[in-house]
Unconditional design. Structure first.
Length: 179
């Protein structure tokens, strides 16, 4: 039996959250993508460098990109999600895209990801998007199951991204919204 969901507060991310978000993101990659992405790439990931990039992206983000963080009862940041217009190459569409959703790897299964996804979906619906799309690594069974439980389904689109010369297959998921 799963533990009851931990109390979590979801709020908009602030610039000061970038270091915390980067630690969660890098640890998330190293945990979720082990065996799916070349290990030297995962080993070379650096939270400090990632935080610098995250600050630059965060400060330059357009108003239609939403970054959310989840905090536990003690105010510690334990998750991050980012949404915006769906990216079809260089073109942005009317659909929403979940660009990222990461939970502190030590807290998988505690309801944090569900809280972030719920709020992300709510905001995309409020913005009038008809559906939400996301990409997930084909071999990431945990993530695929998580998204399927939340009503997302593979829509048939597949596309690899290349990491250190290795093609890593991704599958696109879609979910209608009540926008």
């Amino acid at each position: 039996m799963s533990p009851p969901p931990a109390p979590v507060r979801v709020r908009e991310m602030a610039l000061a959250d970038c270091d915390h978000v980067s630690r969660i993101r890098v640890r998330g990659w190293r945990t979720a993508y082990r065996g799916l992405v070349p290990q030297p790439y995962l080993d070379a990931m650096d939270p400090v460098t990632d935080a610098e990039r995250r600050r630059s992206v965060f400060t330059g983000a357009s108003a239609d990109v939403v970054n959310l963080v989840a905090e536990d009862d003690d105010g510690a940041i334990v998750g991050w999600a980012c949404t915006g217009p769906y990216r079809d190459g260089e073109r942005r569409t009317a659909d929403a895209e979940l660009y990222a959703l990461y939970v502190d790897a030590g807290r998988f299964g505690s309801g944090i990801g569900q809280a972030l996804l719920r709020e992300s979906v709510r905001r995309c619906e409020a913005a009038g998007h008809a559906r939400m799309l996301l990409w997930v690594i084909e071999g990431n069974a945990r993530a695929r199951h998580f998204y399927e439980r939340a009503g997302f389904r593979p829509d048939g689109a597949e596309e690899p991204f290349v990491v250190e010369g290795v093609a890593v297959p991704e599958v696109r998921y879609a979910r209608p919204l009540r926008g």
